[in-house]
Design a protein around this ligand. Structure first.
Ligand code: ADP
Ligand code: ASP
Ligand code: MG
Length: 410
């Protein structure tokens, strides 16, 4: 008897009809003799709606209360799914993150899972029930409700699969799997049948929201195989798994775009030792993650520094630098939210050259200016003007022959 964890995202439980369809799929899996644990997201749009309600009441709601509020979204869908399964004549029980004993740290709105006590879920499974767990939530050592960051139901599913030693973790979503680019931006994008944890980690971290980045980190750490597939059909999706020899032969696996960052530029920075250290320690003190950094060649004792931070924290970053601007003799501080980060990802980059030059020349050929560049072992990213983001994803998808590559294989 296999133990299967299935996670259904927002669109997959977005209406009563969709919840009935999910109930049918869950019951079919149970009827095949499997033990089934289901993780659900809130109905599509619900988490955003709840956040907006809070923002109408206050521009700065406290994070504890935000967690209380956001966690209700998943509770609605888990109960409705249990009711739909009962209607089909099967036993099911829904559990909140707290009831499922998902223990997290105390970091409200971005809590980390510390452990999951599985006895309770295993007991329900033994009693013949289908167990439905609210995604995206847990509770801390004080019994306070916490949430795991946006898209966190993926993490709930992977963590449950790891703790329960499930045979597979199926992530059901609104596309057929992981594609060479977001299929909603590039219609020619093709489904990737199998992808390594490392490539998926880069794709997710650089903007492919089909899986939450932390869920992939967790899956890699505990070797949980993930099957990303559609809840709208029965096709095989994408297997996210450990690396095999064949994978490195693919130069570029996918193209991503992220619009979550803003660029901050500081001009007239005194070009002497210790200044960058002061600036970035101030940013770190404000608990802001910096991604890319560039410093120009100094001229007449002054230089410019640009860096990117999450868009939602750009104001906070500017404020942090303003505090030391006078003391350091800094010129101007500007923030530009209208940027996008375009990336190409592939294990093959480790052993092949020429990816960067193809990327840069393809963008140049259509007149797209590169503002910043960063590289990792298996990814290259360029910051560009936001208005060119969709165009550049399509151009790079084409330039690396991503639709042709898969077509040639099949
Ligand atoms: P869910 O609600 O099921 O968690 P998400 O909206 O979080 O679904 O993730 C699915 C979406 O991810 C797709 O609708 C698609 O637009 C987007 N996406 C971005 N990049 C990719 C990619 N490379 N492959 C597949 N989907 C992608
Ligand atoms: N409902 C949460 C969100 O919208 C978690 C999830 O869907 O994974 O971010
Ligand atoms: Mg998601």
């Amino acid at each position: 008897m296999a133990l299967v964890v299935q996670k259904y995202g927002g669109t997959s439980v977005g209406s009563i009809d969709r919840i009935r369809a999910v109930a049918k799929r869950v019951v079919e899996t149970r009827m095949k003799g499997n033990l089934v644990v289901v993780v659900v997201s809130a109905m599509s749009g619900e988490t955003d709606r709840l956040i907006n309600l809070a923002l109408k009441v206050s521009p700065h709601p406290r994070e504890r209360e935000l967690d209380m509020l956001m966690a209700t979204g998943e509770q609605v869908s888990m109960a409705l799914l249990a009711i739909a399964i009962h209607e089909l004549g099967y036993e099911a029980k829904s559990l909140t993150g707290h009831q499922a004993r998902i223990l997290t740290n105390r970091e409200h709105t971005k809590a980390k899972i510390l452990s999951i006590e599985t006895e309770k879920i295993l007991k329900e499974l033994e009693d013949g029930k289908i167990v439905i767990v609210a995604g995206f939530q847990g509770s801390d050592d004080q019994g306070e409700i916490t949430t795991l960051g946006r898209g966190g139901s993926d993490l709930s599913a992977v963590a449950l699969a790891a703790s329960l030693k499930a045979d597979v973790c199926e992530i059901y979503t609104d596309v057929d799997g992981v594609f060479t680019a977001d299929p909603n931006i590039v219609p020619e994008a093709v489904k990737i049948p199998k992808i390594s944890y490392d490539e998926m980690l880069e794709l997710a971290g650089l903007g492919a929201k089909v899986l939450q980045t932390r869920s992939v980190e967790f899956a890699k750490k505990y070797s949980v195989p993930i099957h990303v597939r559609s809840s709208f059909n029965n096709q095989e999706g994408t297997l996210v798994t450990g690396e095999d020899a064949e994978m490195e032969s693919v130069l570029v696996r996918g193209v991503t775009c992220s619009k979550n960052e803003a660029k901050i530029t500081i001009t007239g920075v005194p070009d002497k030792p210790g200044i960058a250290a002061r600036i970035f320690s101030e940013i770190a003190k404000a608990n802001i993650m910096v991604d890319m950094i560039i410093q120009n060649v100094g001229e007449q004792g002054k230089t410019d520094i640009s860096f990117t931070v999450p868009k939602v924290e750009s104001e906070k970053a500017v404020e942090a630098i303003k505090k030391i601007a006078g003391e350091l003799g800094i010129g101007e501080i500007k923030s530009d939210p209208k940027i996008a980060k375009i990336s190409v990802v592939g294990l093959g980059m480790r052993s092949h050259t020429g990816v960067a030059s193809t990327m840069f020349s393809s963008l140049a050929a259509v007149g797209i200016n590169i503002l910043m560049i960063s590289t990792s072992e298996i990814a290259i990213s360029c910051v560009i003007d936001e208005k060119f983001s969709e165009l550049s994803v399509r151009i790079l998808h084409e330039a690396f022959g991503l639709s042709a590559q898969e077509a040639a294989k099949s």
